[in-house]
Design a binder for this molecule. Structure first.
Ligand SMILES: *Cc1c(COP(=O)(O)O)cnc(C)c1O
Length: 497
């Protein structure tokens, strides 16, 4: 049976999965959502013994119904290979009494690799299926990790170009170096004078610009997105929650049907939405705990039902979560509004115009699977230090936000369920913040000295992604103001300005 996709903002049109992936964003500015969430058609007993790739197939085939078995298996095989430093792809680590699902074993050592290593394959397959002749231009706004993972995924992929916008001064040293040293003739990286929300809004505006789309089409280009607004990002992320549950079962950590809680360090709400989809598919997840840093818009939303971005934007040590407009929340809003596109569109309009909206009491009922929490900068640091001292395990700042929120949730609610924490980045990516959290004395050393120190204290091998940038030449130096993104895109593509 074919699963069709609709925009969260209007109901008339449906598209296939491959068309939704190609377009990224719907014409009306809405996000594509499946008409209904599919159920797993394989039982846990079978899933227990499956590899990551096998699990990926049984999950993704339920969503991407217009891909053939051969196409999908080829995409999966090309994505989850030696680019990952472990055959398990997403291994579990037991830290104290909590299970960390390590999603940072891919090429760019952050969880974005889980989806962005397969997205280029899904997209080029989708282009072929739909007889697209244009070159596809991937436009991406990044808070640090998406950019590099997308660049790595799309570099030198025939028929594609990729342009990444990141907030200058808003990413870690390693994140920036990873992006500006990117190879590939089809890659461009631009630092914007603004924050991530400016970059994301700018990209969305370019997508919604019909005139520009026509101009580009005349030159043989069309846009798509590698941001988590693309359903092709979200679907591969459902896989690891299914896989993690099955592995916990296989390892005897949980018993059949036992419910677990999942805590996810959240920015754009993509990763936690994937966990929610996994729950809808039948994975026994009780609470989905949304962890924020000091940009705690989502925490406040889960407390009060009011989403309000009118507040100071805080630069934190977990930059990939420094976000005030969590795009993927729209998919949840649409769902809890009873798939009412009109209602959702009204709320999103209010967000655009006033920066805030409030959901009804009835809609709040639909949020009962979720809980929110946040960690301050001091609490995040303390969590890293304390965990290292107690267990020897070193985690990155984003993961520490989640680990803190997970622990506090447990205490406050006296909830003894087994806890899974999505571990979203390698500590090497945020060496400065991680090492100074462990000992303030490290603050005098530079980034690469700290990387070597981190290796000494943790015994974790230094990832290839880090070695690569130590001496790599800088290839991208372009900068622009946040209101000049459209002009910059035209310049890069050589389209008349
Ligand atoms: C992107 C990112 C997040 C936030 O994930 P969302 O899907 O945007 O909520 C958290 N941690 C790290 C390391 C990331 O790169």
């Amino acid at each position: 049976m074919e699963l069709v996709y609709r925009s969260t903002r209007s109901t008339e049109k449906t598209v296939t999965a491959s068309q939704a992936i190609l377009k990224g964003l719907a014409d009306d500015g809405g996000l594509f959502v499946p008409e209904q969430l599919p159920k797993l058609d394989v039982d846990m007993e079978t899933l227990k013994s499956m590899t990551y790739q096998e699990t990926a197939y049984v999950v993704m085939k339920q969503f991407l119904t217009d891909f053939t078995e051969e196409e999908l298996k080829h995409c999966i095989k090309s994505a989850y290979d030696e680019k990952f430093d472990t055959e398990e792809i997403a291994p579990l680590a037991k830290v104290g009494d909590t299970y960390h699902l390590e999603l940072f074993h891919g090429a760019t050592i952050a969880f974005k690799d889980m989806a962005l290593s397969i997205l280029p394959h899904l997209l080029t397959t989708a282009a072929k299926k739909n007889h697209v002749k244009n070159e596809i231009v991937i436009l991406t706004a990044t808070s640090g990790d998406t950019g590099k993972a997308a660049l790595a995924g799309f570099a030198d992929v025939p028929g594609t170009k990729i342009i990444v916008f990141y907030p200058k001064g808003g990413v870690s040293k390693v994140q920036e170096l990873q992006m500006v040293t990117q190879k590939g003739d089809n890659t461009s990286v631009v630092a914007i004078h603004g924050n991530f929300d400016n970059a994301q809004s700018g990209v969305k505006e370019i997508f919604e610009d019909k005139e520009l789309a026509e101009e580009l089409a005349a030159c043989g280009y069309q846009f798509s997105s590698a941001n988590s607004i693309n359903i092709g990002r979200l679907v591969p992320q459902v896989v690891y929650y299914v896989y993690a549950y099955a592995k916990l079962l296989e390892n005897g950590e949980i018993s059949e049907g036992e419910e677990i809680n999942v805590t996810v360090p959240t920015g754009n709400f993509g990763n936690i939405l994937a966990a929610y989809y996994a729950k809808q598919m039948g994975v026994p997840i009780a609470k989905l705990i949304c962890a924020s840093n000091e940009n705690k818009v989502l925490f406040d939303f889960f407390q009060t039902g009011r989403y309000d971005r009118n507040r100071e934007f805080v630069l934190t040590s977990s930059p990939s979560m420094d976000i005030l407009i969590s795009s993927n929340l729209e998919r949840l809003i649409y769902t809890i509004a009873g798939q009412d596109a009109q209602k959702n569109a009204e709320l999103m309009q209010a967000l655009k115009e006033k920066g805030a909206y409030e959901i009804t009491a009835e809609m709040q009922e639909g949020l009962k699977d979720f809980a929110g929490g946040y960690a301050t900068e001091a609490q995040t640091k303390e969590m890293i230090r304390e965990t290292y001292q107690k267990t020897g395990y070193v985690m990155d700042t984003h993961t520490a936000v989640a680990a803190y929120v997970c622990r506090e949730y447990k205490k406050k609610n006296k909830d003894a369920k087994k806890a899974l924490v999505a571990s979203t980045a390698s500590p090497y990516k945020f060496a400065h913040s991680v090492m100074t959290a462990i000992d303030e004395a490290y603050s005098k050393k530079d980034e690469f000295e700290l990387i070597d120190e981190l290796h000494k204290i943790s015994g974790m091998e230094i990832p290839a992604a880090i070695e690569e940038i130590r001496n790599a030449p800088i290839r991208h130096t372009r900068e622009c103001d946040a209101d000049q993104m459209k002009k910059t895109v035209k310049e890069i593509l050589g389209v008349e300005v």
